[in-house]
Design a protein around this ligand. Sequence first.
Ligand SMILES: *Cc1c(COP(=O)(O)O)cnc(C)c1O
Length: 414
Amino acid sequence: MNHVVTPANMFPQGSLFDTVMSKTFKVGRYTLADLIELAGQTPFYVYDKEKLGERIAYLRRVMPDSLKIHYAMKANPMPAVVDFVAPRVDGLDIASHKELRVALASGISPEHISMAGPGKTDAELKAAICAGIVLHVESENELSRIYMLNESLNKPLKLALRVNPDFKVSGAGMQMGGGSQQFGIDAEIVSDVIKRHKCQSDIIGFHIFSGSQNLNITALEGIITQTFELANRLTQESGINIRHLNIGGGLGIPYFPGDEELDISHIAEVIRIELEKWHGTYPKCKVISELGRFIVGESGYYISKIIDKKVSREKTFLVVDGGMHHHLAVSGNFGQVIRKNYPVKVVSNSYSAEVEKVSIVGPLCTPLDLMASNMELQKADVGDYVIIYQSGAYGYTASPHHFLSHPMPIEFLI
Ligand SMILES: *Cc1c(COP(=O)(O)O)cnc(C)c1O
C-alpha cells in the first residue's frame, strides 16, 4: 500500500505513512512534551518555522529565478505565519478585508499584494483601492463597481482580470477554473469586456487559476502551457500593456497512502521553458505563481489527547479531545469525494512496538467526527496523544469551530 516517494529530508520522522510512531517527534528543538507545555492545553496546532523556511528555500532553489512566488494567505492566515513567510516570498495573495490588514501588517509593500475572490463588498474594494494593491477582478459587474467606487476615491487603479479558462482542467482536487464558474470572467469575453469599459490603461494583466491540490504532473503540465497560451492570446486580442501575469498554483501535497510527492523539478522545467518564450515577447511582464498548501501544508501538526478508549463489537475507538470542529479536512468533509485517512501517528507514554487497528473519533455528537478510520497504529491508551500530519494548510481557519460549542484549539508557530 505504501509506494510513497518522499525526499528523505521532508519527513525526518520517517515515512509519513508509517504506522509506528518514532519517539523522536520534534518541532524545532521541542519534543511533544515541551510543545504540550508551550500550548498549555490540547488540542493545538503547531507550525514548524524551520520546516516552513526550508520549504520556501527549496521552492526558490528549484523554480526559475524570474518566477515570482506569492503566498496565498487563505491556506494559513495566522499573522505569525504570514509575518514569517512574507519576507521570504515575492508577494501575498489575499481574499478578504481582514487578510488585507494582516498582509499589510507584515510590512510587505502593497504593490506585491493582490486580492481575489468573488463577491468582494464595497468596503473591501475601497480598502483594496486605498491600500494600493492589485485587484483581481472576478466579473464585469465588479469592474463597473470598482470604477463607480473610485469616482470619489480617485486613486490610481491596478487591475488584473481573473480569467476563467476555456481549456479543460483536470487533476485538481478542487477545481476552480474551466466550464461554468463563479470565479473569473470567461476567456471568450475578456477582450470585449476590456473594450466595453475602455479600461485598457488600468488593466495590468491577467490572473488564471485553475484549481487546488493537483498531484497529477501531466495535468499540471497541460494547465501551465495552456495558461501561457491563453494569456498570450488575450494580451494580443485586448491590446493591453501586460505587466502582471498570475499563473495560479495548485501544486498538491501527499495526504493519503498512494499519493506521490510532486516532482517539482519537472514542473519547474516546464515553467522555465514557458517563461523564456513569454519574456521573449513580454520582457517587462512579471509572472507570478501563487501557492498556499504547497508552502505551509507540511509544516503543521494538529495534536489532541486521547480521553477515552472503547471497543464496540470488536471495533476499537480512540476518542480524543479534538475533532472536525478544529480540523474539518481530516474528517474528509472539506471537498474530498471519498474519505481517506490523513497521516496520523500516536505518541504513547508507554512506548510499545505493538500495533492495533483503531478508529480515532472526536467529541462531537455526529458520526462525521471521524479523524482516522480503521488504521493500524501504535497501541495507545487514555492519556496518550494523536498527531495529525500535513495540517498546516486549510486546518484551523477552514473548520467550523462553533459546532457543538467546544473550546477553541491553540495555534502557534515555533
Ligand atoms: C485558494 C487559492 C490559492 C491557493 O491554492 P493552494 O492549493 O493552497 O495552493 C491560490 N489562488 C487563489 C485565487 C485561490 O483562491
